[in-house]
Design a protein around this ligand. Structure first.
Ligand SMILES: C[S@@+](CC[C@H](N)C(=O)[O-])C[C@H]1O[C@@H](n2cnc3c(N)ncnc32)[C@H](O)[C@@H]1O
Length: 234
């Protein structure tokens, strides 16, 4: 997938294609652990000042729902540029009788919100899909109120000798196969490990967050070192 102008359209088309199998694939690939990582992201912004949260690239809405569970008094806006993913999120919110998640079609690179609208902004597994990573971080920072929190979850290579090789084998060989069989989309689940391989390291992402104007940026690894959770203050 080319990294420049056409990337956004290709990413949108890909998630639209796999929306129906997205949750099942996440559970299969992670053995169900992905919910715990989103809970950690929601907990990381729970101390943000009073005010609404924005979950960017909400997909099927799991992090938006985790934010509601972590901070029941905080309304959540959940945005994504794939209508198909948003439809899944809507079904989930209705099934849980969750009326405080407002779902919205929006592009993370051009958010339809005024500066400083949100007390906290989150994203899970968005950043490596962006055509313009510094631009996306700048938008997250722009719509966060001063003192508010920004948190981002991303997949990362564990970089522990032995374990990194085993994870690479699983991610590059097994995941595309499971994607072909379960989601009927080998290319989407080949793009997944490749996009992780091409993405910046956690330390580089922290530096980019600081360059976007966030302060007190910190990150830690979850999921046996395969997930990075970054948090910063606007
Ligand atoms: C890997 S999924 C993550 C979904 C969800 N956050 C989760 O935790 O499962 C990536 C999501 O990012 C969305 N996305 C990618 N680029 C986007 C952009 N520029 N603006 C809005 N959404 C975007 C896709 O439509 C997709 O739903």
């Amino acid at each position: 997938m080319p990294p420049a102008a056409g990337k956004a359209e290709q990413v949108r088309a890909m998630f639209t294609r796999i929306a129906g199998r997205y949750d099942l694939m996440n559970s299969l690939m992670t053995g169900g652990r992905h919910h715990a990582w989103r809970r950690a992201a929601a907990a990381a912004v729970a101390e943000a000042p009073e005010g609404p949260a924005l979950d960017l690239a909400t997909g099927t809405g799991d992090l938006a729902l985790a934010l509601r569970a972590a901070s029941p008094r905080r309304p959540v806006v959940a945005a994504d540029f794939s209508e198909a993913m948003l439809r899944r999120a809507r079904v989930k919110c209705v099934a849980r009788n969750e009326g405080q998640v407002a779902l919205l079609a929006a592009d993370a690179l051009a958010l339809p919100f005024r500066d400083a609208t949100f007390a906290c902004v989150t994203s899970a597994f968005l950043l490596r899909n962006l055509a313009d990573l510094p631009g996306g971080l700048a938008e997250m920072r722009r719509v966060t109120a001063p003192g508010g929190r920004v948190a981002a979850l991303e997949i990362t290579r564990p970089r522990v000798p032995g374990w990194d090789a085993a994870f690479g084998l699983y991610f590059n060989r097994v995941v595309p196969l499971v994607g072909a069989v379960v989601a009927h989309d080998r290319s989407a689940y080949t793009y997944l490990p490749r996009s992780v391989e091409r993405f910046v390291t956690p330390a580089e992402l922290a530096a980019l967050m600081r360059a976007a104007g966030l302060r007190d940026v910190a990150w830690r690894r979850l999921g046996l070192g395969t997930i990075a959770l970054h948090v910063g203050t606007a």
